[in-house]
Write a protein that binds this ligand. Structure first.
Ligand SMILES: NC(=O)c1ccc[n+]([C@@H]2O[C@H](COP(=O)([O-])OP(=O)(O)OC[C@H]3O[C@@H](n4cnc5c(N)ncnc54)[C@H](O)[C@@H]3O)[C@@H](O)[C@H]2O)c1
Length: 360
């Protein structure tokens, strides 16, 4: 067994950065924690909570600390590129939140940097945390054993509330519901290994999100065609009423092959709570519902003063990979680049109404 200790920097101390930092602080192999955020008050507050050794408003200062070998980039989507490049250039291991970047040019730059600095120890993984939700991990295992044969198609349906859409739109005004699908586009890439999506056609409808001043559709339906002709139907709506019981993703994923079928119910309707006192949301401050599907928080859930769920497992698995040599099941740069290319093709098709080839 190979165990080594490592110092971690978390760049971006918002909601997900907070979870990453707390998970890192609890990991037995993490010997040093540095934090940075462009808002120094956030970095300082989280440093006190997580017991970090240092914090800064300057990302480079935290990344460059000699004790730091690994960097988690949890900044908002528009701000991933610079800290990832800074860390890779210093030969550090990087986990960046999805999406890798917002344009293919930026994604290509990051993929190239990961390759260029690999010899100095740098590595890059992307946090598509659905992979670390147990039901999808187990599904991947079954596919690995060929239980369905070579996949012929899939159906993915994702629902979320307009309250969650507003959170993302507040930091990314041009965001569309396809950004929620990006996790499932990654999942499909993982499940349909070596059979990439080559074409997308999508349709959407504007409604309550447009009426609240956002240039986006409420829902989108898309057909994705893979290189061998397999077809994936994807539907998403991020405009369900704000009191709908889901506190994150409510999804269904169905996989079809010549030898079998897998039906993955991820709606969480099997665990329902009603309370006159209101139930808080793991991601949206101040958002309360009376009825909740328990376990539907997308990153995971707090229980008994610990955080449990996909982001917790994903963070731990990455730190285990770095310090104990376990395999990294996180998305590699080329996979994240392909996921971005499919997401952008879906966006383009939503606008034009035409089929769009996925950029190579
Ligand atoms: N895996 C998941 O379940 C999951 C869920 C939600 C969001 N995300 C992803 O996590 C990332 C962060 O989302 P969030 O919800 O935590 O956002 P957030 O707004 O809560 O936090 C982002 C933080 O980054 C800081 N920041 C912004 N630009 C910065 C910069 N250049 N340098 C340093 N700090 C900077 C902000 O001040 C803020 O504290 C996004 O990429 C998002 O897509 C992942």
């Amino acid at each position: 067994m190979r165990h080594q200790s490592i110092g971690v920097a978390v760049v971006g101390c918002g909601r997900i950065g907070t979870l990453r930092a707390l998970m890192a602080a609890r990991h037995p192999a993490v010997s040093f924690l540095a934090l940075s955020d462009r808002d120094p008050a956030k970095a300082e507050k989280l440093a006190a909570r997580a017991g970090a050794q240092c914090w800064s408003a300057d990302n480079l200062e935290a990344i460059s600390r000699p004790e730091v070998g690994a960097v988690v980039v949890s900044t908002i989507e528009l701000e991933h590129v610079e800290p990832v490049l800074q860390a890779l250039e210093q030969g550090k291991k990087v986990l960046v939140e999805k999406p890798l970047a917002l344009t293919l040019a930026e994604a290509d730059r990051l993929c190239a940097a990961a390759l260029q600095h690999a010899g100095r120890g740098a590595s890059l993984h992307v946090g598509f945390s659905r992979r670390f939700k147990k039901r999808y991990m187990i599904a991947k295992e079954q596919l690995r054993h060929g239980r369905l044969g070579s996949l012929t198609g899939a159906v993915v349906r994702l629902f979320n509330t307009r309250s969650q859409a507003m959170q993302t739109l507040s930091r990314l005004p041009e965001n569309s519901p396809t950004s929620g699908l990006t996790y499932y586009i990654d999942l499909m890439g993982w499940f349909f290994a070596d059979n990439p999506v080559v074409e997308v056609v999508a349709r959407g409808k504007r409604g309550v999100l447009r009426d609240s001043g956002h240039n986006t559709t409420d829902l989108a339906h898309a057909i994705l065609t893979c290189a061998d002709g397999a077809v994936i139907a994807m539907s998403v709506s991020y405009a369900l009423p704000k009191g709908f019981p889901v506190l994150g993703h409510a999804a269904r994923v169905e996989l079809l092959g010549p030898d079998g079928v897998m039906l993955l119910d991820d709606d969480h309707a099997d665990r329902m709570l009603y309370s006159e006192h209101g139930v808080g949301h793991v991601y949206i401050p101040g958002h309360e519902v009376n009825m909740a599907f328990l376990g539907s928080g997308t990153p995971g859930d707090w229980a008994m003063d610990e955080f449990w769920g996909p982001v917790a497992t994903e963070t731990r698995a990455w730190l285990d990979h770095l310090t104990a040599g376990t395999p990294a099941l996180h998305a590699a740069p080329a996979e994240a680049r392909q996921t971005l290319a499919v997401t952008l093709a879906m966006e383009e098709s939503l606008k034009s109404g035409l089929p769009v080839r996925v950029a190579r």
